[in-house]
Design a protein around this ligand. Sequence first.
Ligand code: PSU
Ligand code: MN
Length: 306
Amino acid sequence: MTSQAFLDIAPEVQQALASGQAVVALESTIISHGMPYPQNVATALQVEDEVRQHGAVPATIAIVNGRLKAGLSRDEIEQLGKAGHAVTKVSRRDIPFIVASKATGATTVAATMVIAAMAGIRVFATGGIGGVHRGAQESFDVSADLQELAHTPVAVVCAGAKSILDLRLTLEYLETHGVAVVGYQTDALPAFFTRDSAFKVDYRLDSPQAIAAVLKAKWTMGLQGGMVVANPIPEAYAMPRAAIDQAIEQALQEAAQQGVAGKESTPFLLARVNQLTGGDSLASNIQLVLNNARLAAAIAIAFNAG
Ligand code: PSU
Ligand code: MN
């Protein structure tokens, strides 16, 4: 038996992969834990449409009744969104337990990369990646997303990382593990709700073709691991930094007071930041994911053409 015995690739995705059409992977923890219902479901469906309109086939990834899924039905997306925090958040560690117990789980960036790689999908769009948390010197809280980027050959298009994380340490960690952070048409590391931060990306590339060429070179040489493609939020949807920073500081304080740790940490912080900043941040969040879906489609197309 091979890994394929555990994997269901949706017919549309299978056909695209077989015929060399571009495919973009999408994660599902962003649906269950990253946004509130019902906007999460509407966004997930809108992101799939955006990928299609830009010439690629979307493959939203999750585990449903113990099956690894590359490509979900509308009903499955609705179920994950409605269940919200009640659905298991699945990172690499959790995959075999959810499979063996025939349970359902939403996949993080790490677990989505694992399943995308099994399915032969090389490009993945999301909102923000996990990283090194503030205070990680004490807590050791470093997202498994970063180790996955070190080992698994999938390019992750994101809007950088939220400053719930320590962006400086996240960049150091990625550097140590051989993961490049590429800025799309930017020299500055985007910080999710804002177009820049105090930090620089490792390489600036200005076209999907240039990014695809680097991916091709990396993987053709047999270099392991993925890449971070950091795509700044569109100017019109960027948030004032002060408001975001204040919400993040408060969320971090509450997390510390309540002793939130382990896999609960990121979902707790995301939910609190969403609540504290209200509808504005949700609108920005939705727009940046759509923006990443468009770039990922263009990179996947260029990668297949190259
Ligand atoms: N950051 C966001 N939105 C998200 C996540 C992170 O701005 O939805 C989710 C992603 O699924 C990411 C996960 O892979 O949180 C990271 O969780 P952890 O820090 O526990 O590894
Ligand atoms: Mn963690």
